[in-house]
Ligand binder design. Structure first.
Ligand SMILES: Cc1ncc(COP(=O)(O)O)c(C=O)c1O
Length: 363
């Protein structure tokens, strides 16, 4: 009996210290943000993870000796239930990037992938190495995804169309109903993959999302992530939702399973409504601050519905990023074909105040 009590105390201590560590992130500072640097470059969310998520993750860490079992189906069920889809519609992945990789490889065997010329491309290099061929369509004059030109480019050689909504790096969202009409028409010829990494911070998440088309059985696959609104980029948890045939094919190209700690943190965060509202509020407040910084300096940013802001600064964006880096503020440099556009991610609000001060001085 005393062994049992000791064991119980031991587990309690482990859980206790894990919780203590999880709420004292400086203990792991070497794995987190670089000390003294303000990180505004990868569209992370420093307000996460949720306190409930951290607690659940710390408890899950104590049973890390065992392979994940029910937590995986619990997480799937929670996401499926919230989105009114079946488990068969779902794919869990290591970040949404793995679901994107899997979709590219699965459909890239059947034809080419069509995508905008300026968009998120974290999945492209791997897919190319796997032999996938891409075709690109330029953005329109307003830096929006050109849906008419994309639709016109879909012929028999295209098996998958990638639409990032809202788009990264522009931050711009497509009108929900226009995209719905596009998906219905184009879906007759190819699968439409809609990357909704930033959906939860758009002005109207439900209207902007294509999940209703999945429920209607359209040829659409939607990806989402715990990296952005949930502030869990380091945990690598994402998912895809689509027609069961699509989910089965994409799921067959997922390479492994997720880890217990990440899934437990994700599940508790997903149910932490207070945190979700808090996180969205901070991102929207931060967006207003960065927009104001640009406008005070005579720059009109693109209208962002994400946790970053993109703006034509009228001079080379990489040179500006280098100057800010010398002052310990890290933002994105130029993207190919958009030399004068800077992208600034949301950080803590106090970090954005510092950005405002230093940017204004340098600019
Ligand atoms: C549009 C978009 N999709 C997908 C991802 C991949 O994110 P993760 O793999 O962390 O879910 C990112 C990351 O920044 C992104 O901006």
């Amino acid at each position: 009996m005393s062994t049992q009590v000791n064991r119980r105390n031991f587990v309690k201590t482990i859980i206790g210290s894990a919780v203590a560590l999880s709420i004292a992130p400086q203990a792991f500072a070497q794995y987190g943000p670089i000390p003294g640097k303000i990180l505004l470059r990868y569209n992370e969310n420093p307000y996460g993870p949720s306190p409930e998520g951290l607690k659940a993750g710390a408890e899950a860490a104590a049973v890390g000796a065992y392979y994940p079992e029910t937590i995986e189906s619990d997480l799937r069920t929670a996401i499926a239930t919230r989105n009114s889809v079946a488990i068969e519609n779902m794919v869990l992945s290591s970040g949404s990037n793995e679901a994107l990789h899997a979709a590219m490889v699965a459909y890239g065997k059947q034809g080419k992938v069509l995508m905008p010329s300026l968009t998120y491309d974290g999945h492209v290099a791997y897919a190319k190495r796997m032999g996938v061929e891409f075709l690109q369509v330029p953005l329109d004059k307003d830096m929006s995804i050109d849906l008419d030109a994309m639709a016109a480019a879909v012929d028999d050689s295209i098996s998958l169309v990638y639409i990032c909504n809202p788009n990264n790096p522009t931050g711009k969202a497509l009108d929900g109903d226009r995209l719905r009409a596009f998906c219905r028409a184009v879906g007759k010829k190819a699968v439409v993959l809609v990357d909704e990494a930033y959906n939860e911070v758009t002005d109207d998440p439900e209207y902007t999302s294509m999940l209703d088309l999945v429920r209607e059985g359209e040829n659409v696959f939607v990806t989402r992530t715990f990296s952005k609104i949930f502030g869990m980029a380091g945990y690598r948890i994402g998912y895809g939702i689509g027609h069961p045939d699509i989910a089965k094919l994409v799921g067959g190209h997922i390479m492994g399973s997720l880890n217990t700690v990440g899934m437990a943190t994700a599940l508790a965060s997903y149910q932490d409504e207070e945190f979700i509202a808090f996180s969205r509020g901070k991102i929207i407040e931060g967006r207003k601050m960065v927009n104001a910084t640009f406008r005070r300096n005579g720059i009109e940013p693109l209208p962002s519905q994400t946790n970053f802001v993109y703006a034509d600064i009228g001079r080379n964006a990489t040179e500006l990023a280098d100057k800010l880096a010398a002052r310990n503020i890290l933002i994105r440099g130029s993207y190919k074909g958009a030399a004068n556009y800077s992208r600034v991610s949301m950080g803590k609000l106090e970090d954005l105040e510092e950005f405002d001060r230093v940017f204004t001085e340098i600019y």
